[in-house]
Design a binder for this molecule. Structure first.
Ligand code: 5GP
Length: 209
């Protein structure tokens, strides 16, 4: 008679990362995306593409009417207006990946993260692992935004006033990473990913012969 063996499986993890714009989150996410150990959730947005951004890879760039239509059809897991543009996470691909045990990474603002925490869906809530990247001081943030040069001065000011409000939300997140060098941020985020993957409550076990 053969010995029964235990087959461990787990459901996917919904990694959520938020930070005020200019805090280094896009650079961190770009670095994390180099390793294919999660699926990157491509958000929909009504904002115009920046130079180098690819439709369908960085965002699904939608006309406001098409965004409204998706919203009316209930296609978004969460959505928010950020810096005067609309952003939304498509529900279908996120749920499908989580059910198949595949981890998903969302880069969303603090309102979007709050919407997810309030969504009431047990699969999503069990899957959620939210991380806040706490930026350097606000002046450094302004310098970074100006250096990036992708926003007008007026847009930089909107992002600065939003940043101050967003920074107050760090306590709502399970993890806070205080911004260090890019290598430190990547290492800290990967440590969070590793720990979340070993949580017992994510595991189901089957016995096979
Ligand atoms: P950006 O325009 O610089 O790419 O993004 C601006 C902000 O929108 C960032 O804080 C980013 O995290 C957030 N964002 C991007 N996609 C989504 C989304 O699908 N939902 C929400 N709520 N925020 C998003």
């Amino acid at each position: 008679m053969s010995n029964p063996s235990l087959q461990f499986r787990r459901t996917g993890i919904l990694f959520v990362i938020s930070a005020p714009s200019g805090a280094g989150k896009t650079t961190l996410c770009t670095a994390l995306r180099q390793k294919p150990d999660f699926v990157w959730s491509v958000s929909c947005t009504t904002r115009a593409p920046r130079p180098g951004e690819v439709d369908g890879e960085d965002y699904h760039f939608l006309h406001p009417q098409d965004f409204e239509a998706s919203l009316a059809k209930g296609e978004f897991l969460e959505h928010a207006e950020v810096h005067g543009n609309h952003y939304g996470t498509l529900k279908g691909p996120v749920l499908e990946n989580l059910r198949n045990g595949i981890d998903v990474l969302l880069d969303i603002d603090t309102h979007g993260a709050a919407n997810i925490r309030a969504c009431g869906d047990p699969l999503i809530l069990r899957a959620l692992a939210d991380v806040f990247l706490l930026p350097p001081d606000l002046e450094e943030l302004r310098r970074r935004l100006l250096r990036r040069g992708t926003e007008t001065e007026e847009q930089v000011e909107i992002r600065m006033s939003n940043a101050a409000k967003e920074m107050e939300c760090w306590r709502d997140y399970r993890y806070t990473i205080i911004n260090g060098s890019m290598e430190e941020n990547i290492e800290k985020f990967r440590a969070v990913m590793r720990a979340e993957r070993y949580l017992s409550h994510r595991m189901t076990v089957e016995t096979s012969r």
